[in-house]
Every structure is written in structure tokens, then in C-alpha cells.
Design a binder for this molecule. Structure first.
Ligand SMILES: [Zn+2]
Length: 66
């Protein structure tokens, strides 16, 4: 579930993190945080306010499977 507030700065501008190259119209969509091309260290959400990324899927997966 998407956090409502950024855990670092408290901003509400939290968005789903996406990786890769956005189309121009996607880059302006605040619902998506473009985290760039990072391999092996992917976070699920990002903050438009401070640029932080958080909530790694690996941590959530291990908690859910036990
Ligand atoms: Zn933030």
C-alpha cells in the first residue's frame, strides 16, 4: 500500500516509483516518480519533494511470505 506521506520529509507528494525512460507526458505525471535506470536496488515509491526513494519490494516480500 502506498504511504501517504514521505517518511523523510513528510510531503504528500509521494508517487509510485517507475524505472526506465518516461515518455514526455509521463515525466510530468506527479503520480509517478521516475527513479531512473537503477538495477538491483529498486524502490516502490518516491518523493517529488525531496527526491527520496523508499519501501523496497524485497523487504515487503520477505515480510509477507513468513
Ligand atoms: Zn520527501
Amino acid at each position: 500500500m502506498k504511504p501517504r506521506l514521505c517518511p523523510l520529509c513528510g510531503s504528500e507528494r509521494v508517487a509510485r516509483a517507475e524505472y526506465g525512460m518516461p515518455a514526455p507526458e509521463q515525466a510530468e505525471d506527479e503520480r509517478v516518480f521516475w527513479a531512473g535506470c537503477i538495477v538491483g536496488d529498486e524502490y516502490r515509491y518516491g518523493c517529488h519533494e525531496c527526491g527520496a526513494t523508499f519501501d523496497r519490494p524485497a523487504m515487503a516480500a520477505s515480510a509477507a511470505s513468513h
